[in-house]
Design a binder for this molecule. Structure first.
Ligand SMILES: Nc1ncnc2c1ncn2[C@@H]1O[C@H](COP(=O)(O)OP(=O)(O)OP(=O)(O)O)[C@@H](O)[C@H]1O
Length: 257
């Protein structure tokens, strides 16, 4: 039964358009070749998890997706546009459709939670009407399970709460694509599980397409539709979490011990 559901999930995602399409991506820094040949197609609504040892180029890959780094070779298409071909204005416009949640969830420490969320709305969505701002902030804080946090300062929040607010601030502008770089790092296992569940819930509610870089196997299991294992600048294995957990390949097995 589970196998049938799994297959149906794959077939549905196969028919959808690719939101992120990377072909033959290569990137070196000096003599060090970090990305050797990256090919990746992420379909609309899909959650792709990238696993890999430190320094294998996972973050470099997503920096190429948002045009923060330029590939040496290959193409990166996001929402149908080739990132390298975009001018500054077009790149800025594209980035408004992409949300980032990085390890630090960098909130503005001198602003309250409300001001952090309003700042994103004003800057990206040009919302200026105060009752509209209030409505959206209230709704989003309820979504992330912190309805009473609006007037708090970031320094009053625990690591898990900061992460929730970071997620709220990113999602409040309704990005089509979410890029997560180690969203649960630095959190205890129970809080990590809660954040992983929240990422999945928000993904379902807002129907975003996501790439999630993580070392946290529990997070990978909870949030992934598909998992890629990156090693030495290339993807060495790909499949659902369940498929990979049964693999006989030594590299893949080393992640599931
Ligand atoms: N702007 C840069 N200039 C020079 N070297 C860089 C730059 N960005 C990344 N690198 C190098 O590229 C390699 C891959 O870095 P990357 O951050 O992508 O690793 P990662 O797989 O995300 O690792 P981690 O899991 O530790 O975050 C590293 O050796 C890093 O030092």
């Amino acid at each position: 039964m589970e196998e049938v559901a799994e297959k149906a999930k794959h077939t549905a995602s196969d028919q959808k358009e690719a939101v992120i399409e990377i072909k033959g991506l290569k990137k070196s820094f000096g003599k060090k070749q970090v990305l050797k040949n990256i090919n990746l197609s992420v379909k609309r609504g899909e959650n792709v998890v990238i696993l890999g040892r430190s320094g294998t180029g996972k973050s470099v890959t997503i920096q190429c997706v948002v045009g923060m780094l330029t590939p040496d070779k290959g193409t990166v298409k996001v929402l149908g546009q080739e990132v390298e071909q975009l001018n500054d204005r077009e790149l800025k416009e594209l980035r408004t459709k992409i949300g980032f949640l990085f390890q630090s969830a960098a909130l503005y420490d001198s602003m309250t939670v409300r001001e952090n969320l309003e700042f994103a709305l004003k800057r990206v969505m040009r919302v200026t009407n105060q009752s509209e701002l209030n409505k959206r902030v209230k709704e989003m804080l309820e979504n992330v399970g912190l309805p009473d946090a609006a007037e708090k300062m970031p320094s009053d929040l625990s690591g898990g709460m900061r992460k929730r607010i970071g997620l709220a601030r990113t999602l409040i502008v309704h990005p089509e694509i979410m890029l997560y770089d180690e969203p649960t790092t630095g959190l205890d296992p129970i809080t990590s599980r809660e954040i992983s569940q929240l990422i999945l819930e928000m993904q379902r509610k807002y129907k975003t397409t996501s790439i999630i870089i993580t070392h946290d196997m529990d997070c990978a299991r909870v949030v992934s539709d598909r998992v890629l294992i990156m090693d030495d600048g290339e993807y060495k294995a790909e499949g659902s979490f369940d498929e990979l957990s049964k693999s006989k390949d030594e590299l893949v097995k080393s992640y599931f011990i």
